[in-house]
Design a protein around this ligand. Structure first.
Ligand code: WT7
Length: 633
């Protein structure tokens, strides 16, 4: 660990000096890690050029910093407690020494299969310690991991494998989440049929479901691990060598592969975790996300290990076997730092309070939220019922692209405000922009598009294979700034409150989905002419998915048609992208240039269709009345 900020006064001083001299601040943050060789330059490049680099010339391996570095003093400390889907499955914890051994063994396995530095490896796995082992083993040999959330469909998995030409896929036979079995190997088989670059599929056994097997391509994890040596010398990486690719949705087209690099990402996730959560060596830290999202990469796998903490890997869901599961697990492991999504909080606060009261939550010191705005009611419930009124809540704003937390309170150090991500972390300079003038909005009590003014070490270095898209998505709208895609308010005290996406990206239960992706999937239905997707306020998911569509046949049975749309979206993307509501319409509101006026659809979907403002730019304003009068299923 580096050194934590310990008071609000210190935060202000450190923040100001970090902005005055960013390079000095980030050099200091990098000092406490093990480098084979220190960097030649702290920072180079710019947003304008899209060539930002940090710690270039520095040589390291992130897994030595996650594992080897802790062995002498903390080898017997638990790195991960594993909480299986079935609460009665026997206990399993891995110490730092055991995790190091497993990672070394699997690194040897990967090398024995011909995986080399720079090769891409896709990981599509259950939430067991093996997903962390596979991830870290890739990092140890310098292979670029691309984790695909195990809720994605075969087609989504194939798209992601093809985009980065992965040469290996690591998966499980299946996974069990709650009462549901997900046949990961079957899904992988279907995906790999379309992925000629995949040479090997390594299958880690987790369930009892029957699977198909292709000799020569498929191999069991446990067979390969049996003879693998537990000694492995980590491959030396440059700070700017790729560490991983993670796909995320944008407002147009297919998901983009965000590229993160070794040195800057390491320094950034480690120092943000330490400052925001204010962790100490004997803490038990639990982030309930899935390793398939950036939250899992940064704050289940890398961040906690870099800080030498004890973490929890949780395979199940908040509702299984009952809505007290999260609190039971907190009680079981004496969790001190608990990090979850507003959606989970909103779902759990609807349940009987007995599910909370049955468990001893007195170990909790700090609560966190991430992924979406938290409403005040949920914030207070979390604060009062889970934190017993005494634990600070860190509402952490960040993105797949930012690598780590950007705007957030520091627990117990800086003030909190319900619904506010509050203040920027050191080295991070946010600003609000006026969409029409493209000028920066100064002062307090204002609202605009959230941008970041200067590069930081954890930021995305590119969109895999598509430099043009990297530039146009993040650096074109406001030249010289990084554009986040979020709207934001800065209140009278200078505190930031994220108001939600300003582009065509939805945030459903903290999952990021592009409207274009869902529309493209629905357009595949043979009866659908055109679909338009918008979000609408949803009391648990934050945002629900509302699909308006024109069809070329009359739809006799809208309920069964909705089911067909659901099956199609699940097959092409994932069940998480299924529309909550569908409405069949005669026409969509379009401008003369053929652009769908989503503002109108959003207002109707939100039940605010009575006052639609100016609709005169529509080709056919009468479609609006028809849509307003129509029925959603
Ligand atoms: C988008 C990024 C950050 C890891 C998980 C999501 C929204 C994120 C907050 C927050 C309000 C938030 C933003 C952002 N978001 N954190 N604390 N308050 N909104 O990562 O999938 O890349 O999504 O999530 O809209 O742009 P992601």
């Amino acid at each position: 660990m580096g050194s934590k900020i310990t008071s609000f006064e210190e935060y202000k001083a450190v923040y100001n000096s970090s902005i005055a001299d960013r390079e000095l601040y980030w050099a200091e943050q990098a000092e406490s890690f093990d480098w084979h060789k220190k960097w030649d330059t702290i920072h180079s490049g710019s947003f304008e050029e899209g060539n930002v680099k940090w710690y270039e010339g520095g040589k390291l391996n992130i897994t030595e910093n996650c594992l080897d570095r802790h062995l002498d003093e903390n080898g017997d400390k638990v790195a991960f407690h594993f909480e299986a889907n079935d609460p009665d499955e026997g206990p399993r914890s891995l110490t730092y020494r055991e995790l190091h051994e497993e990672v070394c063994k699997f690194a040897n396995v990967l090398e024995s299969k011909g995986v080399e530095k720079g090769d891409r490896v896709a990981i599509y796995m259950a939430m067991t310690p093996e997903i962390a082992i596979a991830t870290l083993a890739c990092a140890r040999i310098g292979a670029v991991h691309s984790i695909v959330f195990a809720g994605f469909s075969a087609q989504s998995l194939a798209d992601r494998i093809q985009d980065c030409d992965a040469k290996m896929l690591i998966t499980n036979d299946g996974l069990q989440r709650g009462t549901k079995l997900v046949p990961l190997k079957d899904i992988s088989d279907e995906a790999v049929e379309h992925c000629p670059t995949i040479e090997n599929v390594i299958v880690c056994k987790r369930t009892e479901n029957d699977i198909d097997w292709e000799d020569g391509r498929d191999e069991w994890w446990h067979d390969l691990m049996e003879d693998a040596s537990s000694e492995h010398e980590a491959v030396e990486m440059d700070a700017e060598d790729p560490l991983f690719i993670l796909y995320t949705s944008g407002s147009t087209g297919a998901p983009k592969g965000q590229l993160h690099t070794c040195g800057g990402y390491m320094v950034y996730v480690s120092s943000t975790l330490e400052n925001v959560f204010q962790v100490d060596q004997d803490d038990v830290y639990w982030c309930t996300a899935d390793a398939g999202w950036i939250t899992g990469h940064s704050y289940i796998i890398y961040g906690p290990l870099l800080n030498g903490l004890t973490g929890v890997i949780f395979e199940s869901t908040p509702m299984y076997p009952d809505p007290g599961r999260l609190w039971q697990v907190v009680d079981k492991y004496d969790v001190t730092h608990f990090y979850t999504s507003p959606t989970a909080i909103r779902a759990l606060m609807k349940e009987d309070i007995e599910y909370v009261q049955q468990h001893d939550l007195s170990s909790i010191e700090v609560l966190g939220t991430v992924g979406e705005p938290i409403n005040e009611e949920a914030w207070h419930w979390y604060h009062d019922k889970i934190g017993n009124g005494k634990c600070p809540i860190v509402d952490t704003w960040w993105q797949t692209e930012t690598g780590g937390m950007m705007i957030s309170p520091m627990a117990g150090i800086t003030p909190t405000k319900p619904g506010y991500a509050t203040l920027p972390l050191p080295g991070i300079e946010p600003a609000l922009m006026d969409d029409s003038t493209k000028e920066e909005i100064k002062g307090n009590g204002v609202q605009g598009d959230l941008v970041i003014k200067q590069p930081w070490p954890g930021m995305t270095r590119g969109v895999w294979g598509d430099e043009e898209r990297y530039m146009s998505t993040y650096f074109e709208k406001y030249p010289g700034y990084y554009f986040t895609g979020d709207g934001c308010k800065r209140d009278e005290d200078g505190y930031y409150r994220i108001t939600g996406r300003v582009d065509d990206v939805l945030n459903v239960s903290g999952h990021r989905l592009g409207t274009a992706e869902i529309e493209n999937a629905i357009d595949e239905h043979n009866k659908v002419v055109e679909a338009a997707i918008v979000g609408y306020p949803h009391d648990v998911k934050g945002e629900g998915i509302y699909a308006f569509m024109t069809c070329d046949d009359s739809i006799e049975n809208p309920e069964s048609f909705k089911k067909e749309i659901h099956d199609l979206v699940s097959k092409i993307i994932s069940p998480i992208a299924k529309p909550d509501k569908i409405q069949i319409v005669e026409g969509l509101p379009k401008t003369r240039s053929g652009k769908i006026m989503r503002r109108i659809l959003r207002q109707i979907a939100a039940g605010e269709g009575d006052d639609l403002g100016d609709t005169s730019t529509l080709v056919d304003p009468s479609v609006v009345d028809e849509i307003r009068a129509g029925k959603a299923y």
